[in-house]
Write a protein that binds this ligand. Structure first.
Ligand SMILES: [Ca+2]
Ligand SMILES: [Ca+2]
Length: 132
């Protein structure tokens, strides 16, 4: 919840709660917007369209990886719960937030903006572990 705790007080106050509520409402609108077939979940094509509009040009392989990682079926057979195929609302939000944070982490390292970074083990671990 650290992203909503804007004053870093460790708790979520009323204004932060209002911000969180608006944030969720916004995400619900985003989710509904990209759920073109109104299935209640985001499939591969819908995901591609959403990420493209957010400005993330992921390769087809990466899109498949994201889809697999956040697809309900990807949660493993041990849950035994049947859900709609595709990415549900909370997973969609998580996927978008993670892609945003990873992209920003990369861009911070790619200071000359050529799409390449050279980092050592320390920097790699530091980058990955600083992500929430
Ligand atoms: Ca859908
Ligand atoms: Ca670079």
């Amino acid at each position: 919840m650290t992203i909503f705790d804007t004053d870093r007080s460790g708790t979520i106050g009323f204004t932060e709660f209002a911000g969180l509520w608006k944030y969720i409402k916004d995400w619900q609108n985003v989710f509904r917007h990209f759920d073109r077939d109104r299935s209640g979940s985001i499939d591969g094509r819908e995901l591609q369209e959403a990420l493209r509009q957010f400005g993330y040009n992921l390769s087809p392989q990466l899109l498949t990886l994201v889809e697999k990682k956040y697809d309900f079926k990807g949660s493993g057979p041990k849950t035994g719960v049947a859900g709609p195929p595709g990415i549900t609302f909370d997973r969609f939000v998580r996927a978008c937030v993670v892609i945003k944070q990873l992209t920003e982490a990369f861009q911070k390292l790619d200071t000359d903006r050529d799409g390449w970074v050279q980092i050592n083990y320390d920097q790699f671990m530091n980058t990955v572990l600083s992500l929430p």
